[in-house]
Design a protein around this ligand. Structure first.
Ligand code: NAD
Ligand code: IPM
Ligand code: MN
Length: 357
């Protein structure tokens, strides 16, 4: 055994448990194939933790995450907990987890291999070869700004970014772009928001002073949304804040074809956290129909973060080959062709991993 890693699983709510189980079984298979020692521990989180322990992020869950080598989250939230406010909500637990771990850099890759461009909601010719990395600031901005007030007659959220917060996420985006094509598009709303003016100024300075080989341009978020649909091939790395990154990454999922395909990594803190971009899709829960790819590719990002590039690549290849061979979960069916259940789809991926080595 080369290395031993301990993983905390946070299945959460809705389709979270199904996709987390899928990712775990793929990790177990790849561990056997690549001689990795992986141990797993499941902890209550989100709505499930509210039901069990009265709060979405029990302290024991956070401390287990802090001690782990990696955390794999499914999804949280649902109508059952929608009457709750702020930090009492499952979503509040997720914000507290990200902030507690200090994972300020959320990497959300969106890749559309030419062979799978026909799955896209957009014309294949427009999206084939698209390969975008959204670098989203994750523990600042309007998600965390104080005060946050909800009164009967008015409500207030505060958007705040410090220079230091903008500098560190800009460095992450620029460093990643150097491993790619060296282009960064910073997205803001500097024509209106003070925070965005500071964002643009700071991002430009870091790129100019510290990354002479990076080419940075700037787009307003409204235009960026349109450009993503109109001409996605123009983008390499997209650098943006918490709220805009949330919105743009769901939008970018239409390039690939489904939100169920997009993984993410939350880095820069005490323990790396890996989570699908999608939510708990309550209407799909318990039906064995959810697309597990986002969770499985999030597990691949975890292996990559640990330096297990070959194992990560094997998972990616198995997912791509399974899709190329025509296997589809229901969300990917564009032309009335048949789909399979989540469990069948996962078995197929596992078979491909078995054949890979
Ligand atoms: P959602 O991402 O759950 O679903 C949006 C759409 O995408 C739905 O049509 C859903 O069926 C589809 N979808 C999502 N994941 C899929 C998958 N793996 N396979 C197939 N189809 C999939 O977003 P929503 O409906 O706006 O929110 C539902 C709940 O999830 C809310 O409580 C929300 O707060 C929560 N949420 C949680 C996370 C998270 O845990 N990281 C992210 C987003 C939303
Ligand atoms: C996401 C989700 C979360 C976010 C919610 C559930 C707090 O939409 O991970 O994209 O907005 O960050
Ligand atoms: Mn989101």
């Amino acid at each position: 055994m080369r290395s031993s890693k301990h993983i905390v699983l946070l299945p959460g709510d809705g389709i979270g448990p199904e996709v987390t189980k899928a990712a775990q079984s793929v990790l177990e298979k790849v561990a056997g194939t690549f001689n990795l020692a992986l141990t797993f521990e499941e902890r209550p989180f989100g709505g499930a933790a509210i039901d069990k322990e009265g709060r979405p992020l029990p302290p024991e869950t956070l401390s287990a995450c802090e001690k782990a080598d990696g955390v794999l989250m499914g999804a949280i939230g649902g109508p059952k907990w929608d009457h709750l406010n702020g930090e009492d909500r499952p979503e509040g637990g997720l914000l507290a987890l990200r902030s507690g771990l200090g994972v300020f850099a959320n990497l959300r890759p969106v890749a559309v291999p030419a062979s799978l461009a026909h799955l896209s909601a957009l014309p294949p010719a427009k999206v084939a070869g698209a390969d975008i990395l959204v670098v989203r600031e994750l523990i600042g901005g309007i998600y965390f700004g104080k005060p946050r007030i909800l009164e009967a007659e008015y409500a207030l959220d505060t958007m705040r970014y410090s220079v230091g917060e903008i500098e560190r996420i800009t460095r992450v985006a620029c460093a990643w772009s150097l491993r790619r094509s060296g282009r960064v598009t910073s997205v803001d709303k500097a024509n209106v928001l003070a925070v965005s003016r500071l964002w643009r100024e700071t991002a430009s300075r870091i790129a100019r002073d510290e990354f002479p080989d990076v080419q940075m341009n700037h787009l307003y978020v409204d235009n960026a949304a349109m450009q993503l649909v109109l001409n996605p091939l123009q983008f390499d790395v997209i650098l943006t804040g918490n709220l805009f990154g949330d919105i743009l990454s769901d939008l970018a999922s239409t390039l690939a074809g489904s939100l169920g395909l997009l993984p993410s990594a939350c880095l820069g803190g005490s323990t790396p956290l890996f989570e699908p971009v999608h939510g708990s899709a309550p209407e799909l829960a318990g039906k064995d129909v959810a697309n597990p790819v986002a969770a499985i590719l999030s597990a691949a990002m975890m292996l990559e973060e640990w330096g297990e590039a070959a194992a990560a690549k094997c998972i990616r290849q198995a997912v791509e080959d399974t899709l190329k061979a025509g296997w589809r979960t229901a969300d990917l069916v564009v032309d009335g062709s048949p789909s399979v259940q989540t469990s069948t789809f996962v078995s197929e991926i596992i078979l491909h991993i078995g054949r890979a080595k």
